[in-house]
Ligand binder design. Structure first.
Ligand code: KG4
Ligand code: ZN
Length: 361
């Protein structure tokens, strides 16, 4: 089945063509080939505002969609659409004005070319994007039960997966998402948006043990997370630094931080933010006897997160496999939306084709 997928939930406009075959039906894992996956990022436009501006995102998606469609079809839309079996589009979660641009575009395509239109979930997409990993060219169903970990700018979720179609959320963040906390702390350190890669870069040069930030909710016997307190702890640490003492209106642009402070704060914050994820994920693996850890979402691009989990596997504390998609599929992309729509179709799940900002997993 050839799927044309569209993703516009946040600040990346993306179109993909993915061929999904039920080749491994008995094993439950399909054979997947991403034929094309084009992503146009709006990061530069939003970075001057320090975060994504919904109406700007809408405007950019509206102008980007026809450009990418033209690119993906090589200017031969009719010819390409003849080969497409299904149009897939993200319905949520995300920014509603942004989601609507994709849904409207997908609806028009589906009508014009008489193709079935199926909704996809951005969260499911992140959860399934490990299937785009090269290891899955020869899939092995012995990966289940698995612990799924979705870590992005909008979500921090732990999921127990019995198989690809049967899963349930076992924990989530109570406030900020982990990616959001990277973005907010980056702002405090006067680093550009998006903050995740910037913090990771600074952290490499810093000492992760220089400042002991708290690992939020680490001792609570549940799989929930909290990041707003950690961000506040970083803010107070910066406020209370020698030269900033008694400065209650700390502002990243006004208060000059030394390069060493930036590096050590980034490294220590990253250690706390990712450490708690590794600890809770490992606990879930043990409690549910998971055979693998499946990671997805923008923060999955962070090498330290991979190391924290892989080290536990290497030294025998965890007896699991780990799947992290290649960088381009950690970040928002339309290929993963094709997978979500495919599995929704397989399960005969009917998803209303309207934007749902807070669509749950
Ligand atoms: O999945 P994604 O592209 O979009 C959402 O669905 O939110 O994730 C974006 C988030 C941003 O908060 C960004 O700062 C974070 O992922 N991120 C990272 C890294 N790369 C991106 N966080 C930590 N380390 C990274 N290397
Ligand atoms: Zn995402």
């Amino acid at each position: 089945m050839k799927i044309l997928a569209i993703e516009t939930s946040c600040d990346e406009t993306s179109l993909a063509i993915v061929d999904v075959k039920d080749g491994y039906k008995k094993k439950g894992i399909p054979r997947i080939k991403v034929e094309k996956n084009i992503v146009l990022s709006q990061v530069k436009i939003h970075s001057e505002f320090g975060g994504v501006v919904p109406n700007l995102a809408k405007r950019e998606h509206t102008s980007n969609l026809p450009i990418i469609f033209n690119k993906i079809s090589g200017g031969k839309a009719d010819q390409m659409m003849k080969k497409i079996d299904l149009v897939a589009v993200t319905v949520g979660p995300g920014l509603e004005p942004a989601l609507w641009t994709g849904i409207t575009f997908a609806r028009d395509l589906s009508k014009k070319y008489g193709k079935k239109l199926v909704g996809g979930s951005h969260l499911q997409g992140h959860l399934y994007s490990f299937l785009l990993h090269k290891k899955f060219k020869s899939p092995d169903p012995a990966i289940f039960p698995a612990i799924g970990l979705i870590v992005s700018g909008g979500h921090t979720l732990l999921v127990l997966m019995k198989n690809l179609l049967n899963y349930k959320k076992i924990g989530e963040t109570m406030d900020d998402a982990v990616g959001e906390s990277f973005d907010k702390v980056a702002r405090l350190l006067n680093l550009p948006y998006p903050g995740g890669p910037e913090i990771e870069k600074e952290a490499k040069k810093g000492d992760p043990k220089a400042i002991s930030f708290p690992l939020p909710m680490v001792n609570q016997k549940n799989y929930n997370f909290s990041y707003s307190g950690l961000k506040t702890a970083v803010l107070y640490y910066l406020k209370n630094l020698g030269s900033n003492k008694n400065n209650f209106s700390f502002s990243p642009s006004k208060n000059k931080l030394s390069q060493k402070t930036k590096e050590d704060t980034a490294a220590s914050f990253q250690r706390a933010a990712l450490g708690v994820i590794a600890i809770k994920t490992a606990r879930a693996v043990k409690e549910f006897g998971a055979k693998s850890i499946i990671v997805g979402g923008g923060v999955a691009a962070n090498k330290n997160l991979k190391k924290l989990l892989s080290d536990r596997i290497k030294d025998g504390r965890l007896k699991t496999d780990i799947f992290i998609p290649p960088l381009k599929y950690c970040q928002d992309n339309a290929a993963m939306i094709a997978l979500s729509a495919y599995f929704n179709l397989k399960q005969k799940k009917v998803i209303k084709l309207e934007a749902k900002g807070d669509l749950n997993l």
